[in-house]
Every structure is written in C-alpha cells, then in structure tokens.
Design a protein around this ligand. Sequence first.
Ligand SMILES: [Zn+2]
Length: 96
Amino acid sequence: MNLTLRKFLVVLLIAAVLVLGNIVVIAHWLDEVGVSPLAERISDDFLTPTAVTIISALLILLVGPSRHAGSTMSCPVCRSRVRRADKYCPECGSRI
Ligand SMILES: [Zn+2]
C-alpha cells in the first residue's frame, strides 16, 4: 500500500463520514429534485424479484476465463506454467 493509496483512502473515509452525517439532508434534497419517484418507478418496472434473481445468478455463474485455458496448466510441484501436452515439468522435472 503506497502513500497515494493511503491518501485516497483517508479522503474516501472523510467523504463517507460527511455523507453519513448528512444522510437526511441528502435524502431530502434527492426527494426535492425528483430522483426518488424516478427510482421508485424504475424499481417497480424493471427490478422485479425475478429479474434480480436472474441477474444475481448470472453474476455468480459468470467467471473470468483463464488466460490460457486449455493449453497450459500449472505444475503440481513447483507451480510453474507447463504445456498440457508435456509429460514432465521443464522446471523441476516432475511427472505431470
Ligand atoms: Zn514443476
């Protein structure tokens, strides 16, 4: 964790405290602007429980593909990358 990241975290923490301290004022302001009825209408129209369930299931099932899926694997002994077609690890010589 470098110094820039620490400074960013401190600023983020201060902003979070200020927002949480004024949450009632912010909620009142959002209601005056008209964000609250718009969000309620969007929630009623598009975020039905079925849609939320499907989106959650897709987010859980969605995994990032590995960089070389299928062509390489890691050696069980030294964890170096080896081709799947090789029988022996080129680093440590163990049988794969
Ligand atoms: Zn190895």
